[in-house]
Design a protein around this ligand. Structure first.
Ligand code: NAD
Length: 365
């Protein structure tokens, strides 16, 4: 297996190495051979190679099975064409159309809700996101000083692809899928999304399918998130609702993510580059580690590699043990551990669990 390592910016340099550390430990314990391929991206690439997304990086990613991308701090990039935000380009270039974002609560962590275990599947390359919904230029324009127009792109193919990914995920979990939209107002855009979801619901009679208007869903998510299993929605709704879901279970440090496409997948946490805590050694590595875990699980399923699935399951069990025992947790989780101490604890737990041959529960991520 060839996996790329792209640190990104700010806390990316702290959390990505912890993800690699944990994946290495789990792979060693289960006999998965991984070749790690570090690559430049972001601010460091701009300073050394003159661009935030070197052509060589884009080209070499093609030959990999997947990669880990740290958060990108593009808000502070200089306003120059070579200082673009690279991750929308990667999502589009590799057709990483499904952004899979779990939110899970843990009894030993304080959170707004307990008993939450849901996954938001967000369409990743269309919608209102102006940096990826046009071939050139921007999906936003200002014809006069008084008027700004934002274009939202919805295609049947895009809706059907993300809906199928969500139905498949629901089938491997608690078999409940909720499609979130607002077709009462966006009759054509959300209407098309809903039509494609309904068509697929017929193909998945074993999955209980329902729909919710986005405003109602936002309220229900805050009040009773336990009622949801898998949720599928369009780009911008998914972006907002997945941060909301993260807030219900303990914050952005607990929000992993995977951008998946037909041939590649990219582990990418929901959080940004957190410049306010960069360099302090206190960033929570959970989101990045569990994004890497999702990548390993995705690759294991795709390549029919049971050892890789076992390695992913091992990481999940190790993380659960570390959290349950509150070992080396970072300050955002109420602990006093450092980023690397928490990474060490998860890697050591993975190695120890494998040695003890503790029966592992299959994960559905
Ligand atoms: P942010 O997610 O970086 O930070 C929001 C808050 O959450 C901050 O207080 C931060 O300290 C905290 N936080 C985030 N991740 C954490 C972690 N792992 N452990 C502990 N605390 C954590 O959002 P922001 O401050 O709005 O954006 C900072 C930069 O990141 C900007 O340049 C923004 O454009 C970029 N960004 C990138 C991505 C991405 O690469 N996927 C996503 C969102 C924002």
């Amino acid at each position: 297996m060839k996996i790329g390592v792209l640190n990104g910016d700010d806390i990316g340099h702290e959390v990505v190495p912890e993800a690699v550390k944990v994946l290495r430990a789990a792979a060693a314990a289960t006999g998965v051979a991984i070749e790690w391929v570090p690559m430049p991206i972001g601010r460091q690439a701009l300073d050394t190679l003159g661009t935030t997304l070197p052509a060589d990086t884009l080209q070499r990613l093609e030959a990999l099975d997947g990669w880990i991308l740290g958060p990108i701090g593009h808000m502070t990039y200089p306003k120059r064409p070579e200082a673009i935000n690279p991750h929308p380009i990667l999502r589009k270039h590799f057709d990483l159309f499904a952004n899979i974002r779990p939110a899970k609560s843990y009894p030993s962590l304080s959170s707004v809700h307990q008993g939450v275990d849901l996954v938001i599947v967000r369409e990743n390359n269309e919608g209102f996101q102006p940096d990826r919904n046009v071939v050139a230029g921007s999906g936003e324009f200002r014809p006069t000083e008084e008027v700004t127009i934002s274009v939202r792109v919805i295609t049947r193919t895009g809706c059907a692809k993300v809906a199928r990914a969500a139905f498949e995920l629901a089938r491997s979990r608690r078999k409940h899928l909720t499609a979130v939209h607002k077709d009462t107002v966006f009759k054509l855009g959300c209407g098309m999304f809903a039509e494609e979801c309904r068509k697929l619901a017929v193909e998945y009679p074993d999955v209980a399918y329902d729909e919710s208007m986005v405003d109602t869903f936002a309220m229900r998510l805050v009040m009773t998130p336990q009622r949801y299993d898998v949720v599928v929605t369009t780009n911008m709704f998914g972006d907002i609702l997945s941060d909301e879901a993260a807030g219900l279970v303990g914050g952005l440090g607990l929000a992993p993510g995977l951008c998946a496409g037909p041939r590649h997948a990219m582990a990418q946490a929901t959080h940004g580059s957190a410049p306010d805590i960069a360099g302090c050694g206190i960033a929570n590595p959970y989101a990045m580690i569990m994004s890497g875990q999702m990548l390993l699980h995705w690759l294991g399923r795709r390549q029919q590699n049971p050892a890789a699935i076992e390695a992913a399951t091992l990481i999940e069990a190790a993380m659960e043990q570390v959290i349950a025992q509150r070992r080396a947790l970072t300050p955002d989780l109420g602990g006093s551990g450092s980023t690397s101490a928490m990474g060490d604890a998860v890697a050591e737990a993975a190695t120890a669990l494998a040695a003890e041959r503790v029966p592992l529960q299959r994960t559905a991520r």
